[in-house]
Write a protein that binds this ligand. Structure first.
Ligand code: HEM
Length: 222
């Protein structure tokens, strides 16, 4: 088992499996965030966000989520170093030849760094006031966090909104490669399905990322 995780194929498997886990997280996160668009002053979103913050969910899922990110980032760094050493100046060849997918495939490292930089700012914006300093506003007369107002105050700053949009566009390009690559690595992507997953992955990547962008613009203009 130890040799599997240390082998080249084992490392790629860990990247793919952790990537698929993070994709599931993104779907859940976007679904909850879409409640921000309900025109009820944030009532629906606050209920959803506070439900996700219940101790059983928070303390059960947060360490798993953190582990998913750590595995993904650590194995990405190892694989990139390993590939650069093996490939030298040779060109990347993915077998997928749409321009966007090829560009993303060659630039996964830089796209990963854009997403990571965004995530660092993002976790600072929410994790710190909600879970460390306790400075997040509360829904009047309750002990529930007013996460809606926290998000609104944050995204009504145009600089922050632009930063979030750049992060989400970086995420779209990262996912156009990551999605099919993850399916390929875990063995669900051969023959005819390779092309299908590339198309499904591109649609998924842009749908998720533009979904987040719509929320940012809606909060900026609210
Ligand atoms: C419109 C864009 C987004 C908004 C408004 C938003 C909002 C939030 C909020 C309010 C939280 C705190 C949840 C809580 O603890 O109650 C959060 C956490 C988080 N978000 Fe986002 N998010 C956005 C986009 C993203 C994207 C694109 C990613 C991933 C690339 C992401 C990754 C995370 C992570 C990892 C956490 C920490 C989860 C936890 O500790 O429970 N978010 N987000």
């Amino acid at each position: 088992m130890g040799t599997f995780f240390g082998s080249s194929i084992g490392r790629k498997f860990m990247m793919g499996a952790s990537g698929l886990f993070l994709i599931i997280f993104l779907i859940v996160h976007l679904s909850i965030n879409l409640c921000l668009l309900v025109p009820d002053g944030g009532e629906t979103f606050n209920i959803a966000a506070n439900f996700m913050a219940l101790p059983l969910i928070k303390f059960g899922l947060q360490p798993v989520l953190a582990l998913g990110f750590i595995v993904h980032i650590v194995y990405a760094a190892i694989l990139t170093a390993q590939n650069n050493k093996a490939r030298g100046n040779a060109k990347y060849s993915s077998g997928n030849n749409t321009k966007e997918v090829m560009w993303a495939s060659k630039n996964m490292g830089i796209l990963g760094i854009v997403v990571l930089a965004f995530l660092t700012v993002h976790v600072y914006d929410y994790f710190v006031p909600l879970q460390i300093t306790g400075t997040a506003p509360e829904v009047h007369g309750t002990h529930m966090h007013d996460t809606y107002t926290l998000v609104k105050n944050n995204l009504q700053n145009p600089v922050k909104a632009i930063l979030y949009i750049i992060g989400c566009l970086g995420l779209a390009l990262h996912l156009t490669h990551g999605f099919w690559s993850a399916f390929q690595t875990v063995g669900l992507n051969n023959g005819i399905w390779r092309k299908r997953w590339t198309i499904i992955g591109t649609i998924f990547a842009w749908a998720v990322s533009l979904g987040f962008c719509v929320i940012v613009v809606a909060m900026l203009l609210s």
